[in-house]
Design a binder for this molecule. Structure first.
Ligand code: SAM
Length: 211
């Protein structure tokens, strides 16, 4: 069992991890709604969303992680946008139809997906990234397969939403270790809806110029 307070206090977990680039693609500077970051750790997504104008509920059971999250938000001048809540996620009660974006990075919350999806406001975004089972000799993530997604498991678990982006692959994370990752962005939508401009973000990711 990982002692998360110890990991955060010792600095062995990144204190200022970046939000995922794919999240940056879908969140612009105009957010003024509500956001939920599940298992916020040191605030990777929560501080990013607060900086983009969202009123963020940041959940974690680790006192040390939440302290670092508050400190990171204060350093960026957005502490007022952040509500840190120390809680046990498996038994947490999520409000329904509330959040314009829900983020979960590197915490296996699949048992709570029905409640997290129900917590989305109409049109709200669901962003999840987590470790994946793989035959490759990766260093990052849980040692056993039990807490990793199987191939397409994350995708299949979100097919009741509109999937905007899904990827599985190997990447180097903030701590320098290679990890196998599954990552999804999906929207709580029914009927007609708006979509991101695909050519626009392809151009941004390739560093400019027309594809
Ligand atoms: C790998 S870290 C991810 C932190 C952050 N989302 C990130 O991507 O940097 C996992 C986080 O889950 C939290 N966590 C683990 N079990 C939890 C539980 N039962 N309830 C709430 N948080 C929990 C830990 O305290 C830790 O902050």
């Amino acid at each position: 069992m990982v002692d998360w307070d110890e990991r955060f206090e010792s600095g062995s977990y990144p204190q200022h991890p970046d939000p995922a680039p794919v999240l940056k693609r879908y969140v612009d500077g105009s957010g003024d709604g509500r956001a939920l970051d599940v298992a916020t750790g040191t605030g990777r997504n929560a501080v990013f969303l607060a900086e983009h104008g969202y009123a963020v509920d940041a959940l974690d059971k680790s006192r040390a992680g939440l302290e670092t999250t508050r400190r990171n938000a204060a350093e960026r001048g957005v502490a007022g946008n952040l509500n840190c809540i120390q809680t046990d996620i498996p038994s947490h009660t999520f409000p329904e139809g509330t959040y314009d974006i829900v983020t979960v990075s590197f915490y296996r919350a699949v048992d709570r997906f029905p409640d997290l999806k129900a917590a989305l406001a109409p049109g709200g975004l669901f962003f999840v990234e987590h470790h994946l089972r793989t035959a490759d000799p990766v260093e990052g993530g849980p040692s056993g397969d039990r807490y990793r997604f199987a191939a397409n498991e994350l995708l299949n678990s979100c097919l009741d939403l509109t999937v905007l982006s899904y990827e599985e692959g190997i990447e180097v994370r903030d701590d320098g270790r290679e990890s196998a990752i599954a990552r999804i962005v999906a929207r709580n939508a029914s009927g007609r809806q708006s979509y991101p401009r695909i050519r626009e973000w392809q151009r941004q990711e390739s560093g400019g110029g027309r594809p």
